[in-house]
Design a protein around this ligand. Structure first.
Ligand SMILES: [Zn+2]
Length: 177
């Protein structure tokens, strides 16, 4: 694994059943059986930002991203690590999961599966509707070489009471050989 914007990225574990996992940092993963490439929450730009859970890396001299800033993907970083994708699975549309997805979707032509907010974010960034699948949880898709089951879950359940809003989606994927 090697660092990218202060985080580790790279292949982890061993290949089992021909499936290879590559950790993209944060919540991001690339899963492939060499025929189909699936990305989960690919966020490689790692906007320089202070959060309740993270401090700013003192070696990171990029501009600090705050709530008044317009997020922009670091396309050179993405291009160095993402060559192709058939599907992008978005658990939810918070910036630290979703901000790089439209660039990756344009670059690869991948179909994105995510919540309604993911759909609207992607459409606002110019992604065509026919490349977006909206899920609420409970869906079960069978694609060529891949199945995806969408499992609803709660966000921030340990920091806030679970209430009101729709839960983000969690995906379970299975390679179909
Ligand atoms: Zn979130």
């Amino acid at each position: 694994m090697r660092p990218i914007n202060g985080h580790q990225i790279g292949n982890v574990g061993s290949e089992r059943g021909g499936v290879q996992l590559k950790y993209l940092g944060t919540a991001g993963w690339e899963i492939t059986d060499r025929r189909t490439v699936v990305l989960i929450d690919p966020f490689l730009s790692r906007l320089r930002r202070v959060t309740p859970n993270d401090t700013v890396d003192p070696a990171d001299n990029r501009p600090l991203f705050d709530n008044a800033a317009i997020a922009q993907s670091e396309t050179a970083t993405i291009d160095a690590h993402i060559q192709r994708a058939d599907f992008v699975l978005m658990t939810h549309a918070h910036y630290d999961h979703a901000v790089d997805a439209p660039y990756i979707e344009c670059k690869t032509g991948a179909t994105t599966i995510g919540t309604e907010s993911t759909y609207h974010f992607a459409r606002a960034q110019g992604i065509p509707a026919d490349k977006l699948i909206v899920v609420r949880g409970g869906e079960d898709y069978a694609f060529e070489g891949l199945s995806v089951r969408v499992i609803p879950s709660l966000h921030d359940v340990l920091r806030r009471a679970p209430n009101a809003s729709l839960p983000p989606a969690i995906f379970s994927t299975r390679s179909r050989t």
